[in-house]
Design a protein around this ligand. Structure first.
Ligand code: 0PR
Length: 356
């Protein structure tokens, strides 16, 4: 069978990447050779990055947030852990730091722990959301950060963010929210997830996922620009005197595309994508339930269902780009390119193959 070409999303059902908005693509092409890591030389893209952070802040309920456009959610999460570790080192003399995360946290926190030399403590979940009593039981005076996920990678669930923020501050730790995927969907739901709902300190919110920007465009937001200071290192030979980013040379294309996408889509375009995605999730979940498969109720536009491994393998052989949760469930992410027609064709293939 012919394999999908690059940028052919016709059978991609489990990815968190999507077709960029046309304005995001055009903007990216214009800025392909610029480097926001050198704002003294690339002034236009540097100004665009400020605009991008202002817009991301608006999406996250805090238009005056500080931050920068990162390479993705992994970098943003690593940097959030780094801020918390460095701050606790200077403010509280913490020498053996730990970070408390939900068991559902993305594996980028495992990378952060490894790179930064901190201990990761994983709190168990109840009904796919972190148990805050369990988080409290894991915390101590060396806890520098508590993390909540707003839109988990595997089940699209939202942790009790206000409770996590309160708990974190009781320990003089920071609170980080990972809304890498959920950030552009949650504004159109009733969930309490953002800076306006809780005194959270930092957030990951990625334009290159539901934001419909090109890859790479991740977002790190901080309640204040000063919160980024623990990341600053001197840059002696550049016009700018310090840098808070993890990477040096960065993608101007990603920055420009984030602005292009948000200019075009915030808020109505994102509202439409979120609404359509949720409708598709519920339709798809019903179709699978009607066939006797156990489905995890889709709170956000993401469906996990218990489909036999052999059936998933055969669907992959039919070129469906699908993946499984760590428990082995089929996981479909209702990204903006995933249409009802694609899902209908998928269900037909499932009917042809599926030996329940
Ligand atoms: N936080 C959350 C909640 C995520 O879901 C992810 C990515 C990250 C952080 C890390 O973001 P970056 O990948 O931008 O560094 N979750 C996706 C996943 O694991 C990543 C992905 C994206 C995988 C596209 C496959 C794919 O085709 O499913």
């Amino acid at each position: 069978m012919q394999r999908a070409e690059p940028q052919d999303f016709a059978r991609v059902l489990s990815s968190m990447c999507t077709v960029p908005h046309p304005k995001a693509r055009t903007a990216a092409e214009r800025f392909l050779t610029t480097n926001p890591g050198d704002p003294g030389t690339y002034e236009t893209v540097a100004a665009l990055e400020e605009k991008a952070i202002g817009m991301l802040g608006a999406v996250a309920g805090h238009p005056s947030a500080g931050g920068y456009i990162a390479s993705g959610g992994t970098e943003a999460n690593i940097q959030a852990v780094r801020i918390a570790r460095n701050r606790a080192r200077t403010h509280r003399d913490v020498t053996s730091p730990n970070v408390v995360v939900p068991e559902s946290a993305h594996f980028s926190f495992t990378k952060a722990a490894d790179v930064l030399g901190i201990e990761l403590r994983r709190a168990p979940l109840t009904d796919y959301r972190v148990d805050t009593d369990a988080m409290a039981a894991l915390a101590d005076e060396e806890t520098v950060l508590m993390v909540g996920v707003a839109g988990t990678t595997e089940y699209g669930r939202v942790d009790p963010i206000p409770d996590i923020a309160t708990l974190a501050h009781e320990y003089d730790a920071l609170c980080h929210v990972d809304a890498a995927w959920g950030g552009f969907v949650l504004p159109f739901t009733g969930h309490e997830w953002n800076f306006a709902h809780a005194p959270i300190d930092t957030m990951t919110i990625d334009p290159h996922k539901m934001g419909q920007a090109v890859v790479p465009a991740g977002g790190l937001l901080a309640r204040t620009q000063e919160l980024l200071n623990p990341l600053a290192i001197d840059t002696p030979y550049l016009e700018s005197t310090s840098q808070v980013t993890l990477t040096g040379t960065r993608s101007g294309a990603g920055v420009a595309s984030a602005v292009g996408a948000m200019d075009a889509l915030w808020p109505e375009g994102y509202r439409k994508a979120a609404t359509t995605g949720q409708e598709n999730a519920e339709w798809f979940a019903n179709e699978l339930s009607a066939r006797g498969y156990a489905v995890v109720d889709p709170v956000l536009p993401l469906v996990a269902a218990d489909i036999p491994h052999e059936t998933i393998r055969k669907l992959r052989d039919r070129d469906w780009r699908i993946s499984k949760t760590s428990s082995g469930e089929l996981r479909i992410v209702m990204m903006p390119h995933v249409t009802r027609e694609m899902l209908t064709a998928f269900v037909s293939d499932l009917d042809r193959i599926g030996q329940k």
